[in-house]
Design a protein around this ligand. Structure first.
Ligand code: ZN
Length: 468
């Protein structure tokens, strides 16, 4: 069983509360993915200045005319088409690549028509073996590049899906052939550190970290530090992380960030260090320097709740029956449909209807621990008795089925058949680095901690120099 769940699940679960509390309070910074546009530059003809880009000038004109005169045979459309064709011929005379960024509402036929290319070309290119079908998936923001020869034939065509992947079509004797072009980003390590005076988000913004990395940082330490309640002025952090670059003729372009490789966090005078380690099977997780998992084997709360509507209470008066009935779990109020996550890795021992519980899932975990998730509006249909689940997997959705007065998750944590309070029960650590990998882990640890130390010292030197 893969013991390490996909990282995004861990983040979602570990940091969701933090998100609710913090994202709303700070102005959002730039999002890497939206900021930069694909730059296309093109072999022999790249010296052509970009002002000559005719297609982009044609497009607003064409669409405006279309809006004002919707009749398909209108004079305006005829003129627009004629103009587009004239310009396409002009470009063909230059033999240049022409690039169009796909807008919403565009389709392949309309985009080809703007290049003076008819339905037959669209048909031919979409029949290209292996890759033609992918042209059905074009999306706004992606780019199409056309190269038309003097006879008005499309000789080359490129579908740029994103900055790292494109499909190049080439004219052949009887249609087109195509190949996929995948670029590998360069990975470089970067370093940042900061001291918190106000909030983690403000401090990490000052340190140059994106919100995404900050969330990741909070997710790594979120099992030990409650970022909503425990953060003190004077807390500090340092991070070694990956940056992904694409090197091309325009120089190095940053694509975004990769993983956090190592990080420290000082909270209220206590030091935490986390090291990312990828085991021989390719699973990655964060560990302390002595190889313990940074995670717990269980999420404290398996749902993003708005409030605890009923606590664990052996002497409770039942809200429906008004009799003394122990409440052997905790009720997390949340809107109907809120995803419910498996608290830990395990195996489904029941998924279905039970009187009182309504739609309910039981999960059996190692060490005789069972968790129970009741009153669900619906269960994850893919789960059956015996299905394996990883921590953070969505098992169903909040509801009020069974004996429930409103939408909430009734959650139980049973150890050796005894109900324990899920809010306070001591949660076991997730699995440490296995003994068989300890030597490999230590080697990795030495390298990455030396890097962290080197950066910290260099940073201190810079700060001292600046202060003098
Ligand atoms: Zn309950």
């Amino acid at each position: 069983m893969p013991y390490f769940p996909r990282r995004h699940l861990m983040l979602v679960t570990g940091v969701s509360i933090l998100l609710l509390l913090l994202i709303g309070l700070v102005p959002s910074t730039d999002v890497e993915a939206n900021r930069t546009r694909i730059t296309l530059e093109i072999d022999a003809f790249k010296e052509e200045p970009p002002e000559n880009d005719i297609s982009r000038r044609t497009r607003p004109f064409l669409s405006k005319e279309l809006n004002e005169a919707p009749e398909p045979d209108s004079e305006a459309i005829r003129l627009a088409r004629k103009e587009a064709e004239r310009q396409a011929k002009e470009r063909a005379a230059l033999g240049r690549w022409q690039s169009i960024v796909i807008a919403s509402g565009d389709n392949l036929s309309s985009l080809f028509a703007q290049q003076g290319l008819g339905a037959r070309v669209v048909y031919n290119i979409s029949q290209t073996p292996d890759f033609g079908k992918q042209l059905a998936n074009i999306r706004p923001g992606q780019t199409l590049e056309f190269r038309v020869n003097h006879n008005g034939e499309l000789t080359q065509f490129r579908y740029v899906r994103d900055r790292l992947s494109s499909i190049l079509f080439q004219q052949t004797a009887d249609g087109y052939s195509a190949e996929e072009v995948i670029l590998e980003p360069q990975i470089r390590t970067a370093y940042a550190e900061g001291e918190i005076t106000n909030s983690l988000f403000l401090a990490s913004q000052r340190a140059g970290l994106t919100d995404g990395l900050t969330m990741e940082l909070a997710g790594i330490f979120g099992w030990d530090i409650d970022f909503a309640l425990d953060i003190r002025s004077g807390d500090s952090f340092s991070v070694v992380y990956e940056e992904r670059y694409l090197a091309d003729d325009n120089g190095d372009q940053k694509l975004g960030n990769g993983n956090i490789l190592a990080a420290t966090f000082v909270n209220n005078g206590k030091d935490y260090t986390a090291i990312r380690y990828t085991d021989k099977n390719g699973n990655s997780s964060y560990y302390t320097p002595d190889g313990k998992s940074m995670r717990k084997a269980f999420l404290r709360t398996p749902v993003d709740f708005t409030r605890i509507s009923s606590n664990f209470n052996p002497d409770r008066l039942h809200p429906v029956f008004k009799t003394k009935r122990p409440h052997r779990g905790v009720d997390y109020a949340a809107p109907t449909g809120t995803p419910i996550k498996a608290a830990g890795d395990g195996r489904i021992s029941f998924a279905g209807w039970q009187n009182g519980f309504g739609n309910v899932v039981f999960i059996e975990h190692p060490n005789n621990i069972v968790t129970v998730y009741a009153h669900q509006s619906r269960l994850n249909k893919r789960l059956r008795k015996g299905s394996r689940v990883n921590q953070g997997d969505v098992i169903g959705y909040v509801g009020s089925t069974g004996w429930a007065t409103g939408p909430h998750l009734h959650y139980e944590f049973r150890v050796n058949g005894v109900h324990r309070n899920p809010v306070t029960v001591k949660l076991p650590d997730a699995k440490p680095v296995p003994k068989s990998e300890m030597a490999r882990f230590k080697q990795h640890k030495t390298g990455i901690l030396a890097q962290l130390d080197h950066h910290q010292k260099a940073h201190q030197k810079t700060m001292l120099a600046a202060a003098q």
